[in-house]
Design a protein around this ligand. Structure first.
Ligand SMILES: [Zn+2]
Length: 277
């Protein structure tokens, strides 16, 4: 899955707004995990990643809490909450600042000092301004998303529509190496969102260290469509800085975490096979 969480900051709390992407061209869409790959342990990540990224080697990478992310979203764990209001999303294209290679993923930064633009409604008690959004993807189209739906993993995870996505894909060659950044003109991120605004929500955490348990996750039910060549462009980025031995930026997602005692709410009534995947 191309999943693009859009993170909005509001005091110490974060809203993680996430969209799964499916591949449009070619036979592969979402891929059902075999039961043996559906695990929440680090060794699973090690199997899917041939080497653990340095990000996961420090003390801050040790989870300790009871509301970690990502999770596998299952219909049987999900409860329709008719009290969930629709999301209100309004972003400001002028607030877009730059795109950069963080050495772990590709991220687009916004000026969050701009009043008004952001996300509210849904499960959110406050208004959240958009600070950044970023992408996770796999080495191949069979996996890549952080969240999964009904054991289905998508080639990437992000928030976006593929024509708009092309604007971002076009700057990737300029930020091939770690810490490279490129200024980005006005960019309206809501054009990356699916038209259908059905979503799941649950209390979770950041999926990178320090794994802080302060995120209200909102996962769009409908995946967005991404072309195979756009996915391929993401895989031309590097984890490594200029002059270092090149390591391709792939499999930059955290393995699944257990739901534990959490409530997973849906803004829509479940229908058989209605995941849109
Ligand atoms: Zn993320």
């Amino acid at each position: 899955m191309l999943r693009t969480p859009m993170l909005g900051r509001n005091h110490a709390k974060t809203s993680g707004f996430s969209i799964l992407a499916k591949q449009v061209w070619g036979a592969l869409r979402s891929h059902r995990l075999r039961p043996e790959r559906l695990c929440s342990q680090v060794p699973c990540a090690q199997r899917r990643n041939n080497a653990l990224h340095p990000l996961w080697k420090g003390p801050a990478s040790k989870p300790g809490g009871s509301r970690q992310s990502p999770i596998n979203i299952r219909w049987r764990d999900s409860v329709y909450d008719p009290g969930l209001p629709p999301l209100r999303v309004s972003y400001d294209a002028a607030a877009c600042r730059y795109a950069w290679n963080t050495g772990y993923l590709f991220q687009v930064e916004f000026d969050d000092a701009i009043e008004g633009a952001g996300i509210s409604g849904g499960p959110l008690e406050n208004h959240y301004r958009l600070k950044q959004f970023h992408f996770h993807w796999g080495a191949v189209n069979e996996w890549g998303s952080e969240h999964t739906v009904e054991d289905r993993v998508y080639p990437a995870e992000l928030g976006s529509h593929h024509e708009a996505l092309q604007t971002l894909v076009d700057v990737l060659p300029e930020i091939k190496h770690k810490d490279a950044r490129v200024a980005l003109g006005p960019f309206e991120p809501s054009c990356l969102l699916p038209t259908c605004r059905d979503y799941w929500t649950y209390p979770g955490s950041l999926t990178t260290p320090p794994l802080t348990e302060s995120v209200t996750w909102i996962i769009q039910k409908k995946p967005i469509e991404v072309a195979a060549n756009q996915l391929a462009a993401f895989r031309t980025l590097l984890f490594t800085a200029l002059g270092e031995e090149e390591k391709t930026m792939v499999n930059n997602y955290r393995p699944l975490q257990p739901l534990m005692n959490r409530k997973l709410r849906a803004s829509f009534q479940a229908t058989e096979g209605g995941t849109g995947s």
